[in-house]
Ligand binder design. Sequence first.
Ligand SMILES: *[C@@H]1O[C@H](CO)[C@@H](O)[C@H](O)[C@H]1NC(C)=O
Ligand SMILES: *[C@@H]1O[C@H](CO)[C@@H](O)[C@H](O)[C@H]1NC(C)=O
Ligand SMILES: *[C@@H]1O[C@H](CO)[C@@H](O)[C@H](O)[C@H]1NC(C)=O
Ligand SMILES: *[C@@H]1O[C@H](CO)[C@@H](O)[C@H](O)[C@H]1NC(C)=O
Ligand SMILES: [Ca+2]
Length: 344
Amino acid sequence: MVKSVKMTATSLAVLLLVLGHAMAQSSFKKNLATPKPAKPAQCCDEVRSLKVQVASLSSILEEMSKKQESDLMKVVRQMMDLEKLNQQHEARVTEAESKYSEIYNQIEIMQLQAAQSAPQQSTSDAIYDCASLYHKNYKISGEYKLPKDDFLGTPELNVYCDMENNGGGWTVIQRRKVGLTSFNRDWKQYKNGFGAIRGDFWIGNENIFRLTRQPTVLRIEMEDWEGETRYAEYAFFTVSNEMNSYKLFIANYSGNAGDSLRYHNNTNFSTKNKDNDKCVDNCAQLRQGGYWYNCCTDSNVNGVFYRYGSHTKNPDGISWYGWHGPNYSLKRVEMKIRPQSFVP
Ligand SMILES: *[C@@H]1O[C@H](CO)[C@@H](O)[C@H](O)[C@H]1NC(C)=O
Ligand SMILES: *[C@@H]1O[C@H](CO)[C@@H](O)[C@H](O)[C@H]1NC(C)=O
Ligand SMILES: *[C@@H]1O[C@H](CO)[C@@H](O)[C@H](O)[C@H]1NC(C)=O
Ligand SMILES: *[C@@H]1O[C@H](CO)[C@@H](O)[C@H](O)[C@H]1NC(C)=O
Ligand SMILES: [Ca+2]
């Protein structure tokens, strides 16, 4: 064993010497300036150590990618957990919202019951508008549910009552103040009403027709972008039924905004899909709303809501010509009605 190893070592040394000599000679012959320093033994050692290094590097790499993978999995799992939490939060919010509205409805019902059992102050029992609620001693502004009345043929209706301004008892039929609800709607939507009762809405032509069967006052309040307010009041206001295209009648103006609904007196209601105006044009399409268009407007309170800074160029804004002319879109408008006979 020992001998053979020695032998091998010696023969290897000899072989290396010979090889080294040969290589030195050949490189000498080839190129004097750049002798190759690499010796075979060194080369193989280097290769071997390189191989070892590569192996350890690739195992490190493998480990790293495994770690990365597990990190990624962790992140994914965390995201899934967050998503689940988020969904749970959303579900809780929805639940809270529905509970809130349920409680709110119960309060409303209790308020109505209290109102209905309150000592009678008006000659009529029926609650068909905010004025009758006011006379049943309900004097806080807010959202109410008017009960269905078979005798009057009125369905249940959510309304907003202004019980505080100008004597109270006002049923709000239109409001523009938030600006996110489009008023460029079709006949059916204007007929039945749309929007949010606490925000921007149209109560519906059918409801306006029903609510104005008794002699009614209309009050239109408005505010410009400088914060100034004006109003227009019509001591007489009524709207025909659908058969008669919800034709408008108004009379006996008072106020400080100008009589800009007069031009619309005795005209039919028009929407983008029902041109009942007195013009060759389609005013509802030009003015982008539903209204009692003539040819076309002296006021356009159901027009486009333009925010401050962009409200001075367009003729389809929320305009009241008697105050700010055709190209100024107002910041806020509210239309409300009350029986002529109302006494605060
Ligand atoms: C209004 O509509 C009615 C039918 O709904 C129609 O008879 C009448 O001519 C219309 N009036 C105008 C001014 O267009
Ligand atoms: C609207 O027209 C009627 C006639 O149909 C008239 O009696 C009333 O005074 C008019 N209203 C206004 C504000 O001009
Ligand atoms: C307008 O007011 C006058 C005077 O108060 C009154 O005689 C008239 O009937 C009113 N018009 C309407 C349509 O209510
Ligand atoms: C409103 O704007 C139109 C053009 O967009 C212009 O012709 C008109 O004179 C303006 N009216 C007023 C009162 O500024
Ligand atoms: Ca037309």
